[in-house]
Write a protein that binds this ligand. Sequence first.
Ligand code: FDA
Length: 392
Amino acid sequence: MKDYDVIVVGAGAAGLMCAARAGKRGRRVLLIDHAKKPGEKIRVSGGGRCNFTNIHAGPRNFISENPHFAKSALARYTPRDFLDLVESHGIAWHEKTLGQLFCDGSAREIIAMLMEECAKGGITVALETAASDIARVGERFTMRLNGETASCAALVIATGGKSIPKMGATGFAYDVAAGFGIPVVEPRPGLVPFTLDPALQAELQPLSGIGVDSAVGCGKTAFREAMLITHRGLSGPAILQISSYWRPGQEIAVRMLPDIDLADALIKAKRENGRQSAVTALSNHLPKRLAQYFAEKAGPAGPLADTADKALGTLARAVQDWRVKPAGTEGYRTAEVTLGGIDTNALSSATMEARSVPGLYFIGECVDVTGWLGGYNFQWAWASGVAAGDVV
Ligand code: FDA
């Protein structure tokens, strides 16, 4: 039997950070992952450049049954702290937009940095290793690792959520929680494209590939970014963001061109050049195919001069209050994150330790804390990884 102070299951963003911090405190740490390589989601993130944090990250950017839970960890390990680490490794970075920080080069630099930090902490990494038969025996945990028995004083579960099973995602954390009687908030896909009912999908098919600046709302929440019509439904940052707030059966409200009053703009166009059609006037603001779609659907035919202002108002509303009831989402296959997860009421917000099982910790995406799109999810992985890594 091999004995460790700490075993971390999952060498993703949170697990790597946690293992490095614990190792540097002199703990004997084993970090395991069933994948061939560590940090696969880091590698593909941000289009290969890793949007590794967001300088504006704060509790309001996260979704959880308990919105206060993330405050402590986020306050103690900030985006600036992670940036200091990035800079200390000489990794060049830039701010893209909305506080989103990316590597200038490659996401692989972030993985290499975390592996170097783990090496400094003298931790042991075991890849292609699966944990099973986890049990609490006295004050320690025992488990089988690829058939061999190991034990530890602190067990950290950092296996992420269910998103993108093709990349090795599993519901392992939820199973471990269930095994110890720890409650789990129903997991569901987040930051995920919407699918549409077949009739609307067929109608929008000719528009696929079109993106437009939009404010997309659901209930009281709205996001202002690009919306993209695809051959499978609706996507783009504004849609991914709102998908995390959407529940089946709800309608979303899309306000295209949120900076302009389109009704005013069309009436002005009518005064300036009454011979032009509604499509032509709309095309000054929207891609032509989209202008044609809305003009045909809600718009008046013929020159603007022959069109009542009221009809132009109706057309403007069709564009700026476009109501869509998604049929569903693309699910875990393409979801960037998993909402829900280990119930935060069962964890210490300071350390991520399970209240009912001393020595057992859950960190990262498997916890019921889910960030917006834009570097927030990695910031939660780093912060929760540090919260546990500094105490295990
Ligand atoms: P993560 O998923 O990173 O790691 C979990 C690890 O556990 C994996 O290595 C997995 O192999 C392992 N594992 C799973 N089950 C196991 C088992 N049973 N036994 C052993 N090991 C197991 N976020 C962001 O802030 N900025 C961004 O740019 C992006 N971009 C992005 C792109 C894409 C395509 C996706 C899918 C996601 C993002 N994200 C993101 C989200 C971000 O990747 C995610 O929130 C973090 O990686 C979560 O970190 P964790 O360490 O919790 O899980």
